[in-house]
Design a protein. Structure first.
Lengths: 423, 308
């Protein structure tokens, strides 16, 4: 059985005595037996090795630990006198253990009713754990990967690109070519990264702000760009050779919008060669906080759908909201992501806000519309926060009037009947 | 984080029932459990509606997420892949957990919406639907699980022991009487089913927003001759998520209709089709009452009139 590229039914991590470490640990936990420190150390080593290997396979070993929500470190491991020091990897390891052996213990026990060995399932869970962390803490990178992956899949299905080697579902190491008998893979030629980065001139901000079914539009535009590869002489390449420079360029342009210092410059390896900022913020947020954040994001987006406004204004609001949401998820500011939304939507001239000029340029929204759009989003967020905290919202959009402030449009909901603020 | 489990009861040896989680030998090669949502009479042991469930956090528009703090969680119920299975496939020894009743109700509703084609995606679930990794997962795990489970035939049931001729005659007499009674009942039922199965064309639709304050009464004018009314009950975004029930009470305080317990979702919508006979012209109060009791969470006054 092969799921997501892993043969989880057979993959095992055995001790010197031939015992499956992970399966054995689940049995101990299920039997409520006391933990033997020696065996616990074996488990910890095996889990660390599996996690390190998966980080490398996903190309995350070279990226800052902040992209997985581990803050305050520049690299995953550091060695000093006396061996390995307390590192980002150890922090991630503790989170991974909890994700698998605490939160999912019941499900693992369930599988033990049918199978002698569930080590493969633990490896699968490590993949899920990293995937989820990436989506939560590196939404920009995840979104770029997803859109490019969809575009490449479409190009392969339509015969404009061919998979020469690797996973046909398109992963970092998949080798692609513009012809079925393409030349062998060589190190990425100079110029490929620059070509890919230029695509962003036309694709941004939609590449990261168009979501859901509207994402198809930007997938189509990116898929058209892929035909340039053959014309420019890039015959064979890895998917990673495309996605890394595309991500790096998006991050650089995104960072440029934020015209204020947010940390120290950190040299990056490989894709992040432009240098970026370390995020010196507290540890990962709790599950409840992330759930609240998701609820708020969903509530505001649902309310946006119901606003009785013209489609252009709705597009502007949606683009600006996705920008704010991404900034809050990226964790550039201390605190829970739901709280990180506030500084972006409070005072128009707040310190956290990027300049309106830069924002207007990058998001392609008329500058004079931005204050009104911010205000509407602030109102929606407030109402959604009230709805999710169980208290009554104190303001209504319809009833509120702020003389002298611009409004993005008539803010009634579905003919004044439904949605936040309706009376 | 506090986990909410159903009342602990010893389920060992108990037959499978809605709310149970099971692993199935037929899908042992896949990382799934099965959540039972409903039961219907069928062959020997009856049939159970089950949906595959896994611990991958992705949740699209057809999935129901069981949060970590609830019994059985964290789990994603893949309601698009629900299937009616012979109850004999569920071995009581392979019961692996239980879900809370509100999660079962939510999943059942989601399954029915998938079936009827009126599934509405929230913006975030729409984003998950568009993710190619999610599409891969559905194809490789729940869809395969459904195919494997549906292909399995339960072990043949043992023939029942022989009965004596005397008891057979007695049984035959009882069955003959039952048959006469049943044929009358069936004829009556058929008449009702025929009447109720007829399509309702151009059903009047009215939206009732609850939770935005009751600003005077809303007049609903129902066309003369309409047999049913569709009420679109909209929960205002200002209403906090919690368990509650919808009620319609007439001017005399008599409860005309009381709905099942539902999980109230801010800005969520529920559809209620009411026979016109239940809503004769007059004043009504539509309200949401908390499951735990206490004053109404939201209330709206309606005046029903007959239009031309």
């Amino acid at each position: 059985m092969k799921i997501a590229g892993i043969s989880w039914g057979r993959k095992e991590t055995k001790t010197l005595t031939g015992e499956s470490v992970f399966t054995s640990h689940v049995r101990v936990l299920a039997g409520r037996e006391s933990l033997d420190p020696r065996r616990l150390e074996q488990l910890w080593s095996a889990l660390r090795a599996a996690l390190r290997s998966e980080l490398k396979r996903r190309g995350l070993w070279e990226t800052p630990p902040a992209y997985l929500g581990i803050y305050g470190w520049e690299a995953w491991e550091a060695w000093g006198e006396g061996g390995r020091k307390e590192t980002a990897l150890e922090e991630l390891l503790a989170e991974c253990y909890s994700y698998i052996f605490v939160l999912r213990l019941r499900s693992l026990e369930a599988q033990l009713k049918l199978k002698e060995n569930i080590d493969g399932l633990i490896f699968l869970n490590i993949r899920h754990f990293l995937h989820e962390r990436q989506k939560e803490h590196d939404p920009l990178g995840s979104q770029v990967f997803q859109v490019l992956q969809s575009a490449v899949r479409t190009a392969v299905a339509e015969g404009d690109l061919y998979v020469l080697e690797g996973d046909e579902r398109i992963r970092n190491l998949t080798v692609l070519s513009v012809s079925a008998s393409g030349p062998a893979l060589e190190p990425a030629r100079e110029g490929l990264a620059a070509l890919v980065a230029r695509w962003n001139d036309e694709l941004l901000p939609d590449l990261v702000t168009l979501r859901g079914h509207r994402q198809e539009e930007v997938v189509r535009r990116l898929r058209e760009r892929l035909t340039e590869l053959g014309r420019e002489g890039f015959a064979t390449f890895r998917f990673k050779d495309l996605v890394d420079p595309l991500k790096a360029d998006v991050r650089a342009r995104w960072a440029a919008i934020l015209d204020q210092s947010q940390g120290e410059a950190v040299p990056r390896i490989e894709e992040e060669s432009r240098g970026t900022r370390a995020r010196l913020v507290p540890p990962d947020t709790q599950i409840e906080e992330r759930q609240l954040f998701r609820k708020l994001v969903d509530c505001v987006m649902t309310s946006l759908r119901r606003l009785d406004i013209n489609e252009k204004t709705r597009d502007y609001l949606s683009t600006l909201w996705n920008f704010v949401r991404l900034q809050a998820s990226e964790g550039e500011e201390p605190g829970a992501p739901a709280l990180r939304l506030d500084p972006w939507l409070e005072e128009a001239e707040g310190e956290e806000r990027p300049s309106l000029r830069r924002l207007a340029e990058q998001l392609r929204i008329p500058r004079e519309r931005l204050p009104g759009l911010y205000e509407t989003l602030g109102d929606l967020l407030e109402r959604c926060r009230a709805a999710n905290s169980g208290r009554t919202a104190v303001r209504s959009l319809l009833g509120k009037s702020r003389p002298g402030k611009s409004r993005p449009g008539n803010s009634s909901f579905r003919n004044g009947k439904g949605g936040p603020g309706a009376h | 984080m506090e986990r909410v489990d159903p009342v602990p009861i010893d389920l060992n040896g108990m037959p499978p029932q809605p709310g149970d989680l099971f692993v199935l030998a037929a899908t042992a090669d896949l990382p799934v459990e099965w959540a039972i949502l409903d039961r219907r009479p069928g062959k020997a042991a009856g049939e159970l509606l089950a949906v595959p469930a896994d611990t991958r956090p992705f949740a699209g528009s057809a999935d129901v997420e069981v949060p970590a703090e609830l019994s059985g969680g964290p789990l994603s119920l893949r309601c698009r892949f629900g299937v009616w299975l012979d109850a004999a496939l569920f071995d009581p020894k392979l019961r692996s957990g239980a879900l809370t009743p509100d999660i079962v109700a939510e999943a059942l509703q989601r399954f029915r919406r998938v079936e009827s084609g009126d599934l509405e995606a929230s913006p975030l679930t729409e984003e998950v639907d568009a993710d190619p990794e999610y599409a891969d997962w559905l194809l490789e795990v729940p869809e395969r699980a459904r195919a494997l489970a549906a292909a399995v035939k339960p072990a043949a049931t043992r023939p029942s022991p022989a009965v004596t001729w005397t008891s057979a005659y007695r049984l035959a007499a009882v069955f003959a009487l039952l048959a006469v009674g049943l044929s009358i009942w069936v004829a009556l039922l058929r008449r009702d089913v025929g009447r109720l199965s007829a399509p309702i064309f151009d059903i009047p639709v009215n939206e009732v927003v609850l939770g935005a304050g009751d600003r005077g009464s809303t007049v609903l004018e129902i066309p003369r001759g309409a047999s049913h009314v569709l009420l679109l009950l909209v929960v205002d975004a200002g209403v906090a998520p919690r368990e509650g029930r919808f009620e319609i009470v007439d001017a005399g305080g008599r409860t005309v209709w009381r709905g099942p317990r539902v999980h109230l979702i801010p800005a969520g919508e529920l559809r209620l089709v009411v026979p016109r006979g239940l809503l004769v012209d007059g004043r009504y109060s539509v309200r949401i009452v908390p499951e735990a009791g206490g004053p109404a969470i939201a209330e709206k006054t309606l005046r029903i009139t007959t239009g031309e």
